[in-house]
Design a protein around this ligand. Sequence first.
Ligand code: CP
Length: 309
Amino acid sequence: MQPNLYHVLGAKQFSRAELDDLFEASKRMEEVVRAGGNRSHEGRIMTTLFFEASTRTRLSFESAMSRLGGSVIGTENAAQFSSAIKGETLEDTIRIVTGYSDVIVIRHTDIGAAKRAAAVAGVPVINAGDGAGEHPTQALLDAYTIQKEMSRIDGVRIAMVGDLAYGRTVHSLSYILANYKDVMIYYISPDNVRIPSSVKRYMEERGVRYEETTDLNAVAGSIDVLYQTRIQKERFPSLEEYEKASGQYIVDEELLSRMQKNAIVMHPLPRAGEITEGVDSDPRAAYFRQAQNGLYIRMALIDKCLKGV
Ligand code: CP
């Protein structure tokens, strides 16, 4: 890995000081967007290589680069429409794309794919999701959303709900939250998709309080943030396992009525029925504002990558 490059590969790489700086930079990017964008990265090119489906991550990265005056090349279905289908290795693809662009954003099916890419890249690599592994830029926008909505992250009480085994966003968000004081995490999931022991071990090493439970109703009234996730059908080994996990936790108006008046509901999206549309009009429904924050965070990350370490 070239030492002068700034990659975004996993959430553990961020310190509290870096998070504070990034959130300040993201706030400035909100101003840039309000002013119609700038030309700060005119002439620079970003490649998006998406081997898995995406709406928010790919389009917000592409919008972010455009808002900074840069250009975008890429493929939204790299598994079929890049030469991966002819047998080209990920490493060779990255070696080639390095010659065409200044930063690479990659989403891949395999855990560790972004790290493999960074090992051979001559430009910064940003992990836009690696299978069931991590989704660090999502976690950064999630933490930024909590800070904006609650005016703090220290002391926050958060319930992460749903598919905690394959849900890469909750892995990365846990690692980010480990930088903050007095955080309490409730991991609430069906039995067959519990939070991995590797995540729990990291929380223990960092002294983060957490509790595993299956009872969302029991904690709904005492939390600041309800972070709902989709049960990801596409990641289960069998339909039977998926059906065991699906439909158990639905955020609806009844559940919302038990939550605190200043609590928020978040979701990385897309949703597939686990938050009813009746919740959308409640001011505590923060998930669309959360998705919008992805633009500002990704502008700040692109800016950081292009400026280098
Ligand atoms: N939250 C998220 O990663 O959404 P997409 O899959 O649409 O990018």
